[in-house]
Ligand binder design. Structure first.
Ligand SMILES: Nc1ncnc2c1ncn2[C@@H]1O[C@H](COP(=O)(O)OP(=O)(O)OP(=O)(O)O)[C@@H](O)[C@H]1O
Ligand SMILES: [Mg+2]
Length: 230
């Protein structure tokens, strides 16, 4: 469904991505793993239209999408959940969901149902300011919001970063749910236990390049084995 070819991208004159190519098939859960500064976020930002590459091709369902604005890509079902876990702090949780519902032209009740379906506990916080949520709750709200409308491709940047082990398991269960529902996902993740339990394939990134693709089940199911590639 998604085909990224020979991407070179960076900030000003500083090149970050060097000849990055990857493919994602419908319904796959694919992870990108790599050390700090490897270019993982830059790659997701480029795919969702927030950055323009200097060179390369990006097609989605065989359509050239390079240069399309993030809003246009959102209409096509792209959902980017950024690394900073930023919500609309001054709005309530419900308000955050309502905004997504308006943007997607979806009834508010349906949007709220989608978010609560992945994490029923969020009901308790519906009328609280989103700024008061914990990091884990914010991430869950952001993933829930991304379900609003007609999502086709999730790009999620380090969903478990900075979270306590017990909350990481909540996020793991939510990501498992997405996978069971056959949602296509490209997820940057440093927690190799999460990766090894969910991945259909793994890309290892280093210094702006994809240095390895792992698709052997035995290698992906073993977080120690994954670690050896980092
Ligand atoms: N806005 C920016 N302006 C200039 N350089 C940037 C900017 N954002 C990132 N960089 C640089 O680009 C390189 C890749 O950054 P990127 O955020 O893509 O890495 P990452 O793999 O996501 O790292 P992390 O694991 O820390 O999130 C780094 O050297 C970083 O310093
Ligand atoms: Mg990053």
């Amino acid at each position: 469904m998604l085909n990224v070819g020979g991407i070179n991208a960076g900030y000003g004159r500083a090149m970050v991505l060097h000849d990055v190519s990857l493919k994602l098939k419908e319904g796959e859960t694919v992870f990108i793993v790599g050390r700090n500064g490897a270019g993982k976020t830059t790659l997701l930002r480029t795919i969702c239209g927030l950055m323009k590459p200097i060179q390369g091709t990006i097609t989605y369902q065989d359509e050239n999408i390079l240069g399309l604005a993030p809003e246009k890509l959102a209409q096509k079902g792209f959902r980017f959940v950024a690394q900073d876990k930023k919500v609309f702090s001054d709005l309530t949780v419900r308000g955050n969901i309502e905004l997504a519902a308006y943007a997607a032209g979806e009834p508010i009740s349906k949007a709220i149902e989608k978010v609560t379906s992945i994490y029923p506990d969020i009901q308790r916080f519906m009328d609280s300011k989103a700024g008061g949520l914990s990091g884990g709750q914010r991430e869950i709200l952001l993933i829930g919001r991304a379900l609003v409308g007609d999502p086709r491709l999730f790009l999620i940047d380090e969903p478990t970063e900075g979270l306590a082990a017990i909350v990481i398991e909540d996020i793991f269960r939510i990501l498992s749910r997405l996978k069971e529902d056959n949602v296509s996902a490209l997820i940057v993740e440093q927690n190799l236990s999460v990766v090894s339990r969910l991945a259909d394939r793994v890309f290892i990134m280093k210094e702006g390049k994809i240095i390895r693709e792992i698709s052997e089940k035995s290698k992906m199911a073993n977080s120690a084995e994954l670690e050896s590639y980092l």
